[in-house]
Design a protein around this ligand. Structure first.
Ligand code: C6P
Length: 408
């Protein structure tokens, strides 16, 4: 098991107080906190080798280039990819998915084709496909959810047909916590000749992921949810697909030769990384991966399963609260969305904040799902490596007090 007390000492922000109470940070699905080693990696870059990369022959530029590419290799290893050139650095999951839609999608999805997705997607894995479908005359199809917030796969053979060009689905729902059987679905989609994009924003920070084993074609995730800085994300693309894709943005660094009227493209992955990239934050992501690997991703998952199990037990004792998502712990991550008919989620969030407890409230960028749940919004607590049972107790006590206050 993780030594949580030891881990907590690595996160300076956890010693903060809010309204005089110790911070209880339970908004990790939105963004995680950062350990000193990650913060220090940024300070080191800016204090000792700040420089542009791939451009200079001077020492600083070469050091920055080496550390930047070294961090890419850490990402490659972390997600089980085979080659560094399969990983394109972007700002976040959202940008990664837009890149696929507007490069591969634009050229491979046409009138009459179908994009299959689910009713639990974040807007990032829905709106880019809506836009592409509109541009190219394709249509969107949806896998429905069952009562537990899991995918209803009973009619999957009717949904994935020869018209399906892409299956785009989340690995783990940011609202329900559901972990989807992405490997099995990838195999089904491939049999019908469809490509598969997995949104890994909520999975990569919390469990071991191996894109080679999953055999997916595209995989996207964000650094900021896994201890790294904001502004850095990763798109993995199978090498054979990447070779055939047109660049997304045009300009410096993504070219090989440029003439007055035409240009040729740089090697992979730089062909997809136009302009000065986010050097410092990729180095920060490398430091975050070092930190997570030092804990072990299986231990991270184990800790979160135990904490989520404990929290679900405590939530069970709170009457008048509806908890969404699978009951089976092995099928859910450390996210608990809940709703009370008597207290608006925003009031719940505000009352909890007065106790130093940070949760998220709203539609969590998944409006179609919120509608399916027949609520206007939910409150959501989400856990990470530094959260404790004691914090879960504070959370449930504060929810109880809020329910009682509004019942008066
Ligand atoms: N979800 C949440 O509070 P970006 O913003 O691009 O780093 O990640 C987008 C994204 C994509 N997919 C899933 C499953 C996500 O959960 C998120 C981000 C945050 O739930 C912020 S809305």
């Amino acid at each position: 098991m993780l030594d949580v007390n030891h881990i907590r000492k690595d996160f300076p922000i956890l010693s903060r107080t809010i309204y005089g109470k110790p911070l209880v940070y339970l908004d990790n699905a939105a963004t995680s906190q950062k350990p000193t080693s990650v913060i220090q990696s940024l300070v080191d870059y800016y204090e000792s080798y700040n420089s542009n990369i791939h451009r200079g022959v001077h020492t600083l530029s070469m050091e920055a280039t080496d550390r930047h590419e070294d961090a890419r290799s850490k990402c490659t290893r972390f997600i089980g990819a085979k080659e560094d050139k399969s990983l394109i650095m972007v700002r976040n999951t959202t940008e990664a998915i837009n890149l696929v839609a507007q490069t591969w999608g634009k050229h491979n999805i046409s009138a009459g084709d179908e994009i299959l997705t689910t009713h639990m997607e974040h807007h990032s894995n829905l709106v880019p496909w809506q836009k592409l479908a509109e541009q190219n005359g394709a249509s969107l199809q949806f896998i429905e959810l069952d009562e537990d917030g899991m995918l209803n796969l009973s009619n999957i053979d009717d949904l994935i047909t020869e018209r399906t060009k892409l299956l785009a689905l989340t690995h783990m729902s940011n609202v329900l916590g559901t972990i989807n059987p992405v490997k099995e679905l990838t195999a089904v989609a491939h049999k019908m000749g469809a490509k598969v994009l997995i949104d890994g924003a909520q999975s990569v920070p919390h469990m071991k992921v191996d894109v080679t084993d999953l055999d997916c074609d595209f995989f996207a995730f964000s650094g900021h949810k896994m201890l790294a800085p904001t502004g850095i994300g990763v798109l993995y693309v199978k090498p054979e697909i990447l070779e055939s894709m047109e660049p997304f943005l045009f300009g410096g660094d993504m070219v090989s030769q440029v003439w007055d009227d035409t240009a040729t493209w740089n090697d992979l992955p730089w062909k997809f990384e136009a302009g000065t990239p986010n050097i410092a934050d990729l180095i920060g992501l490398g430091a975050a991966i070092d930190y997570l690997e030092s804990l072990g991703m299986d231990q991270v998952r184990e800790h979160e399963m135990a904490l989520t199990g404990y929290a679900l037990e405590q939530f069970d004792r709170l009457n008048d609260i509806k908890v969404f998502g699978p009951k089976d712990l092995s099928k859910r991550g450390g996210v608990i969305s809940f709703h009370s008919d008597d207290v608006h989620p925003h009031d719940m969030g505000t009352m909890l904040d007065r106790e130093g407890i940070a949760i998220r409230t709203g539609h969590h960028c998944a409006m179609p799902l919120t509608r399916k749940l027949s609520v206007v919004a939910t409150a959501r607590a989400s856990f990470y490596i530094y959260n404790t049972e004691e914090e879960v107790d504070k959370l449930t006590a504060a929810i109880r007090a809020t329910l009682d206050y509004f019942a008066k």
